[in-house]
Design a protein around this ligand. Structure first.
Ligand code: NAD
Ligand code: DAU
Length: 349
């Protein structure tokens, strides 16, 4: 039995995680705390919003008094901490927003959990959801393991690395029962269309240019978001306190190969001719400090806890495209207003 605080549950990964826990564990109570920034969207959770074991609270993880009141009210036994500023390009434009939420917000949440749990840490879990970007950038070979030294290179990854350090510091200093996972790039339904895959799906639908940074040779290791949520479930329940687990898809793609795969599948689904969507590919100026390659060695998670990804990429990407094609309203709602301004400032009108 758990009463769990999920932070950032209205975001991309958080909404899949919230859905999984609410539906798989009806005896648990799940409280979703989310500030509903541009990336938070309650439309991601309409199918579970009336579940008896689910409550939504609008609030900011930097608000210590609000967090403390929430812990007093609900007597949480677990925290799944997803809330973050998550987009690298935005961190280049506005690094301090990332320090505020990712560093100060995480430290505030740790402080409140420690204060409320200090007399009895038994059975409690503070689970911090982090990223492979803390490890820096790989060359053409090799993988990130849990022992890889931290080498963050963007304001986003520096803020996530800092938050990981705070989580470990609270374990070593105060014995706060923490777990951390560092995951590779996720894709799937409800992914905000500022990120490469949903941005390209949206632009292919609308016959708009597909902006490829630099030469498109950067490599990412893609994992279906529901597989990430399953991994978090396994680690939350069976992982060891104080440990870190890498999560990855063993699924490396250069950006250009990935976008061509998207074009190919969407030509078929939209009834377009061979090579038609590919004409939209447009090489644009590279991201500042663009990390070359991420690739995760997830063997610890496989060997110790038995988790492996369930979906092959071509199948996962096909499911994802179908979801976007069938959820036009969601896509047009999130791409109106403030997002249009952001898009035009980054890529031109
Ligand atoms: P997202 O941007 O889609 O969602 C973030 C959520 O956090 C939103 O609902 C937003 O409203 C909320 N939020 C932001 N600031 C907040 C604040 N101050 N207080 C409360 N809520 C706030 O992010 P995502 O892609 O779902 O990522 C979730 C977590 O997983 C992040 O910690 C990210 O670093 C990590 N992660 C993401 C990926 C990926 O590929 N997307 C991969 C590995 C790890
Ligand atoms: O590795 C995990 C990380 O993956 C997460 O921690 C981050 O929250 C998440 O945003 C993601 O970061 P990336 O920077 O890898 O994802 P993004 O979708 O922004 O970009 C993927 C690749 O595509 C990257 O090499 C940059 C490139 N790109 C991106 C955009 C938005 C383009 O070429 N054109 C674009 O328009």
């Amino acid at each position: 039995m758990h009463t769990i605080l999920i932070t950032g549950g209205a975001g991309f990964i958080g909404s899949h995680l919230t859905r999984l826990f609410v539906t798989k564990y009806p005896a648990y109570k799940i409280v979703n705390l989310d500030a509903l920034t541009y990336a938070g969207n309650l439309e991601n959770l309409t199918d579970i919003e009336n579940a008896a074991n689910y409550t939504f609270v609008k609030g900011n993880i930097t608000d210590l008094d609000m967090l403390s009141a929430l812990f007093s009210e609900h007597k949480f036994t677990g925290v799944l901490h997803c809330a973050a500023e998550s987009h690298v390009d935005r961190s280049i434009t506005d690094p301090l927003a990332f320090v505020t939420t990712n560093v100060m917000g995480t430290a505030t949440l740790l402080q409140v959990a420690k204060d409320h749990w200090k007399d009895n840490m038994d059975g409690k879990v503070f689970y911090h959801i982090s990223t492979d970007e803390v490890y820096g950038s790989l060359g053409d070979t090799g993988f990130f393991t849990e022992e890889t030294a931290y080498d963050p290179r963007s304001p986003y990854s520096a803020s996530k690395a800092s938050s990981d350090h705070f989580v470990r510091a609270f374990y070593h200093t105060y014995k706060l029962p923490i777990k951390i996972s560092n995951c590779s790039n996720n894709y799937g339904p409800y992914h905000f269309p500022e990120k490469l895959i949903p941005l390209c799906i949206h632009n292919i639908i609308n016959n708009k240019p597909l902006p490829i940074y630099g030469k498109g040779e950067n490599v990412r290791d893609w994992l279906f978001v529901e597989d990430h949520a399953r991994a978090i479930d396994v680690i939350f329940h069976k992982g060891k306190i104080g440990e870190t687990y890498n999560i990855g898809g063993h699924n490396e793609w250069t950006n250009i190969a990935l976008v061509k795969e998207l074009c190919k599948q969407m030509n078929e689904k939209l009834g377009r001719g061979i090579g038609e969507s590919e004409k939209l590919i447009t090489y644009v100026i590279d991201r500042a400090g663009h990390d070359l390659r991420y690739a995760i060695d997830a063997s610890k998670l496989k060997n110790e806890l038995g988790w492996v990804p369930s979906l092959q990429f071509e199948e996962g990407i096909s499911k994802t495209i179908d979801w976007y094609l069938n959820n036009n309203k969601w896509l047009s709602d999130v791409t109106s207003g403030a997002y249009k301004e952001y898009y035009n400032s980054l890529y031109g009108g």
